[in-house]
Design a binder for this molecule. Structure first.
Ligand code: OAD
Length: 245
């Protein structure tokens, strides 16, 4: 399943950088974006996760986020998340970059995480910019508001919006400075995250993809391992470091 080159690269590795996407949470029961289950009330995520949709119908967009928050609060990390926690303990340096907003890596116990697209459990005031971790105390109708009176929005990056530049800079730095890079459970189509595996490759890292099916980067990297991340990652731990999960 794994090349001897990959096992060797892991055994002598100094820095491991990992990029994850919705696929790593699929086995926990969180729908991916581009799979059929990504649809909610016949809306595609792109139709709801943008500022225009929110300004036009904040109630509908909040309803979608409330549905996803509830779903996420009821699910547990899976063996794929758990294997990455163990890898963090083995790698001298480790950075986990995730496009997921579900917080499952933190729940599993990963420490050095860069959340590129924000976190669904947090909200942010559209007026004063304050971040709110728990549910807002002020409701006007069905909509959550800040103490300042401004409308709250989920603290996630929407289509057409800029990513947090400090987090993005750290992510590119982590891709440029690792010797092994994993791209796990992502279709690798949404920029700028999708360019991270190629940045790592150009900087000389051994780049490996773990996915159920080939993606647009498969031909341009060192190795593609086809399978479920919740099965492949524990097996990789076992084959490399003889750790049973
Ligand atoms: P996608 O839904 O585009 O892709 C999920 C990928 O995971 C696909 O390539 C699947 O083949 C793969 N997959 C599914 N189940 C898997 C499993 N058990 N093991 C391994 N692979 C599996 O999700 P992302 O690539 O994360 O952005 O999408 C990127 C961004 O697009 C999201 O963060 C979101 C969305 O628009 C924003 O909301 C800003």
């Amino acid at each position: 399943m794994f090349s001897s080159q990959l096992i060797k690269a892991l055994k002598i590795l100094k820095k491991l950088t990992v990029l994850t996407g919705a696929g790593i949470s699929a086995e926990s029961g969180v729908p991916t974006f581009r799979g059929e289950e990504g649809l909610w009330k016949k809306f595609r995520p792109e139709e709801l996760a943008n500022v225009n949709a929110f300004m036009k119908n904040p109630q509908l967009v909040w309803e979608w986020y409330d549905y996803r928050k509830k779903l996420i609060s009821e699910v547990r990390p899976n063996p794929g998340h758990d294997a990455l926690v163990k890898m963090e303990a083995f790698a001298p340096e480790f950075c986990l970059i995730t496009q997921n907003v579900d917080g499952l890596h933190r729940k599993a116990g990963s420490i050095n995480i860069l959340e590129l697209h924000g976190n669904i459990m947090r909200s942010r005031c559209m007026e004063c910019g304050v971040f709110i971790d728990s549910l807002p105390s002020v409701m006007k109708g069905d909509l959550p508001h800040c103490q300042c009176g401004g409308l709250l929005r989920p603290d996630v990056v929407w289509y057409g919006e800029m990513l947090n530049q400090d987090i993005l800079h750290s992510a590119f730095r982590a891709a440029e400075t690792c010797d092994v890079f994993f791209s796990i459970g992502t279709s690798a189509v949404v920029q700028p995250a999708a360019s991270l595996p190629m940045v790592a490759k150009q900087a000389g890292a051994f780049v490996v993809e773990i996915n159920m099916e080939p993606t647009i980067i498969s031909d341009r990297i060192d190795e593609t391992v086809l399978g479920l991340s919740g099965e492949v990652l524990p097996k990789l731990l076992k084959d490399t470091w003889h750790i049973e999960m």
